[in-house]
Design a protein around this ligand. Structure first.
Ligand code: ARG
Length: 246
């Protein structure tokens, strides 16, 4: 009888099994969210996510391939198997989680604001910006944009395809505030301390996680145990300190 026959079809189909057979881990990300992923002068994509991806590929015993993909289509690209996993500072939102699965959070961030120095004191939080006289810059399809729409809905929202374009709009004075994940605001603040004020108390709660295709418990199990291991053995802290403490 078939009673004791193991059902290996799940494992056969698992992304993890495909990666091992292929000998290559394909990581989808969108360069531009510093310090998670950015393009170096020589064209190489580097950052916090990339370093974790390197350790991940090594732990699997396979090569690493980075697939730079526009944010706009990054979830469809995962679903249509252009890569195996999204490692791109993606917030685990309940809406995205209807389309993809997420491994456990690897870092918690939230939305913060950069404003112009001249507005210091006048604008103390996102609440003060919720006024038709203000203009907010953020990036389309990100939680920064969603938060602006939800919590600063009375203001005008200028939405851009990239983080850099959104920040340019703000720093050129076309917008009163730049809304984005804390790490990127902290990065821009470090470059423009003389010109901008950083309202660094996050007004949203955002766990970031690696996204994978639905229906793949084997891959998720591996990823969560890998994350627990690197968090416990110092590997994560070493990579974190390299990108966040400088
Ligand atoms: N955490 C934000 C979100 O999920 C922004 C992530 C942007 N990531 C990127 N690699 N450009 O919407």
């Amino acid at each position: 009888t078939l009673v004791f026959a193991a059902d290996n079809s799940l494992w056969e189909k698992s992304t993890l099994n495909q990666i091992l057979k292929r000998g290559e881990l394909r990581v989808g990300l969108e360069s531009g969210y510093k310090p998670f992923e950015m393009t170096a002068k020589n064209g190489e994509i580097i950052g916090f996510d990339v370093d974790i991806a390197k350790v991940m590929a090594k732990a699997m015993g396979v090569k690493l391939k980075i697939v730079n993909t526009a944010w706009d289509g990054i979830i469809p690209a995962l679903i249509t198997d252009k890569f195996d996993i999204i490692m791109s500072g993606m917030t685990i939102t309940q809406k995205r989680n209807l389309q993809v699965n997420f491994a456990d959070p690897y870092i918690i961030v939230g939305q913060t604001l950069l404003i112009h120095k001249k507005d210091a004191g006048k604008i103390k939080s996102y609440k003060d910006l919720n006024n038709p006289k203000y203009v907010i810059a953020s990036k389309l399809g990100t939680t920064g944009y969603f938060a602006a729409k939800k919590y600063i809905s009375k203001a005008t929202i200028n939405a851009f395809e990239t983080e850099a374009d959104a920040f340019q709009d703000f720093i050129n004075g076309k917008a009163d505030a730049f809304v984005y994940d804390l790490p990127l605001c902290a990065y821009y603040y470090s470059l423009y301390k003389d010109k901008v004020v950083f309202l660094d108390k996050p007004f949203t709660y955002e766990p970031l996680g690696w996204a994978v295709k639905k229906g793949d418990p084997d891959f998720l199990n591996w990823l969560n145990n890998f994350l627990r291991q690197i968090k416990g053995d110092g590997t994560y802290d070493k990579i974190y300190n390299k990108w966040f403490k400088s």
